[in-house]
Design a protein around this ligand. Structure first.
Ligand SMILES: [Zn+2]
Length: 651
């Protein structure tokens, strides 16, 4: 009798608890790479009123990022509530130890397959290398409707029974690249046309009677890769007096654009076989119709009505968004940082695009937030904060080699301006947040200046760990070839790849490995200690704050972890050349790139993200892994035992 009464009591209790908690919802706004030090100082100056309101209701804490604090690693730990040893994403490149050949660490596009008649045999798809289940999928399986918008590094989108998802960063263009712009000019020299430019392609315009015809290499011919690219014919007709260009696209109406303006979305169709074609969208920007003609075109993005590979769940959600708002950016790398770095787009055009894109995402967020379709978890992610910090830091650091005092007067507050837009977005979201809702505003890592590059491979050569083919003197040897080519593997003990990773050349694991199992620990320790004593020869300042090893991780994917991961002091990063596996002549070089702020290989302890919430947090140091677990707990859902985060919400 008693037992039954107790049981009944429990049932009643849990039911009433459920009735209460059933009203609970979670709204999470994730802003990539927001630096908490800047936010704190802006809040003090009353420049972020909405963030201040939220902070006063709950908490503002630094949020511990991952080792390394790179976005793919950080967002993967956020999604899976697990350390990189479980999800397997450590850096943007990985290498195959059997060939030493590097490849992308995140995933890759598999092109469509056809039968001999050109009929589609297998749809193209994207394979992700991230392991583990995101927490919104766990919530979905327990009957919760989740809306996951612009989620970075979660591509392909998860199949949700109850919810919807729009993948963000990681969605490639139709060429399978992160994003590849085109720039057309009549002034390109032969030399310039031969050079490859990062994230873009130059195409020469040869005008005859003010008309130039070109072929646009759209996507690789997957039926016959030797035939190169499937091309589209475009003609440009310029009128230098009116500063207008008329662009004729095969099978489409011509469009006219004036200097300094964007086109509307252009819709493309590229036939791969007689029965299968790929559709895409892009936009032109006319930079100059003057002595020089210079026209930019964005990457060829997936068409939201006919996506080459779906980037939403359900698939029709991408079409629904196009019905609601018209065509929209679908590329994951949704700000063309490459074009700004190559001087193809200007700072003004870039920032204007930031404002417009953020406004579009804000509209989408508010529409989904205000829809009474019984959602319980809504997350929207924003990349602009990270991109503006990467590119405009040079205007806020007078000691940066690329600092320009005149331009600093104009762009010195570009990041603050972006944070003010973030605050506006939050203010508009707050209006729809109810008392029972948990509002979380967070960033995955912070930011700092990047003044000087460190050539990790060159340092390894000087110290005798890495050996260049035919090398005679370690003091002067170097290797400009990328992708780990040109090293003498039979003499190499350690090599560098990615933004701060070192791999040992281990016998039995690497093709020509020479480091024996019993030597691994001591070698790791030796390299670590030498790195910690590296000083900047110009200033005498210590360069590396900490060095982490695969022992910092646990899980099935540890075997693919780098053996050592650098954590730089503020101001230093690995150079781009080092990241690609080259070893340029000198160990240090000034950072002369517009990519002037960074975080990727900074010691994660120096570069936390932030967490501002309308509810109290029970720890001083929440971790990215904790958020998903806490959300599941708040929504009264089962938390699988293997998740590594903690519930950090004050009870
Ligand atoms: Zn990030």
């Amino acid at each position: 009798m008693d037992a039954i009464a107790v049981t009944l009591g429990l049932i009643t209790k849990s039911r009433s608890l459920f009735a209460n908690n059933n009203r609970r919802r979670v709204v999470l706004l994730g802003f990539d790479g927001v630096e908490p030090r800047i936010v704190r100082s802006m809040i003090e100056k009353e420049q972020l009123p909405n963030l201040k309101t939220v902070m006063k209701q709950g908490d503002f804490l630094n949020l511990t990022s991952t080792i390394p604090p790179q976005s793919p690693t950080a967002w993967s730990s956020f999604a899976t509530c697990k350390n990189p040893g479980e999800h397997g994403i450590y850096d943007f490149l990985r290498r195959d130890p059997k060939t030493y050949f590097p490849g992308l660490a995140l995933g890759s596009v598999h092109p469509p397959e056809f039968d001999e008649q050109g009929n589609l045999k297998k749809e193209p798809y994207f394979e992700t290398y991230r392991k583990g289940t995101p927490f919104w999928k766990i919530a979905d399986e327990q009957g919760i409707r989740c809306k996951v918008l612009n989620m970075p590094y979660s591509y392909p989108p998860d199949t949700l029974k109850n919810g919807l998802m729009l993948s963000g960063l990681g969605v490639p263009d139709i060429r399978g690249t992160e994003s590849l712009f085109f720039v057309f000019s009549d002034r390109f020299t032969e030399e310039e046309l031969k050079q490859s430019i990062s994230g873009g392609m130059r195409i020469k315009l040869n005008f005859r009677d003010s008309i130039a015809e070109v072929k646009l290499p759209a996507l690789r011919n997957s039926i016959n890769p030797k035939n190169g690219f499937i091309e589209a014919n475009i003609s440009f007709k310029v009128d230098k007096t009116t500063k207008k260009v008329t662009i004729n696209l095969l099978n489409q109406n011509s469009i006219q654009i004036e200097q300094g303006n964007w086109s509307d979305w252009i819709e493309w169709e590229f036939p791969v076989t007689e029965k299968y074609s790929v559709k895409a969208i892009s936009k032109f920007f006319v930079k100059k119709i003057d002595e020089e003609v210079n026209i930019y075109m964005s990457c060829l993005q997936f068409h939201p009505r006919y996506p080459y590979i779906p980037f939403t769940h359900p698939v029709k959600y991408s079409q629904e968004l196009a019905e609601r708002y018209g065509l929209y950016k679908t590329i994951g790398w949704n700000y063309d940082t490459h074009a700004l770095r190559q001087d193809v787009l200007t700072e003004d055009v870039f920032l204007d695009d930031v404002r417009k894109t953020m406004a579009w995402h804000e509209t989408l967020m508010l529409d989904e937030l205000n829809k009474e379709d019984d959602w319980k978890l809504l997350m929207t992610m924003w990349m602009a904060t990270d991109r503006v910090a990467h590119l405009f830091w040079r205007f806020r650091d007078p000691q940066h080699p690329e600092y320009d005092a005149e331009k600093a007067k104009i762009y010195g507050e570009a990041l603050e301006e972006t944070y003010r837009i973030m605050d506006r977005v939050i203010g508009n979201a707050i209006k729809s947040v109810r008392e029972d809702d948990w509002l979380i505003i967070m960033s995955d890592h912070g930011f700092n200046t990047y003044r000087k590059g460190f050539n990790l491979g060159t340092w390894l050569i000087r110290e005798g760990y890495l050996v260049v083919e035919g090398q005679t003197n370690a003091e002067t040897a170097y290797n400009d070839q990328a992708f780990l080519l040109g090293y003498d593997w039979n003499k190499t003990k350690a090599y560098a790849l990615g933004l701060g990773s070192i791999y040992l050349n281990i016998e039995g694991r690497e093709k020509n490995g020479i480091v024996k199992n019993e030597q691994i620990k001591a070698l790791r320790e030796e390299i670590k200690n030498k790195l910690l004593s590296v000083k900047d020869p110009q200033t005498g300042v210590s360069v590396i704050s900490n060095v982490y090893s695969c022992e910092n991780f646990s899980g099935n994917e540890v075997e693919n972890a780098p053996d050592l991961i650098l954590g730089y002091h503020e101001g230093y990063q690995s150079t781009k050349a080092a990241a690609k596996g080259s070893a340029p002549q000198s160990i240090f070089e000034d950072n002369l790139d517009k990519w002037s702020g960074d975080h990727v290989a900074t010691d994660y302890k120096l570069i936390p993200g932030m967490m501002i919430t309308n509810k109290g947090i029970n720890t001083h140091s929440p971790h990215l892994q904790d958020i998903g677990v806490s959300i599941l707990s708040y929504l009264d859902l089962n938390v699988p035992q293997d998740l590594q985060g903690k519930n950090i919400l004050e009870s």
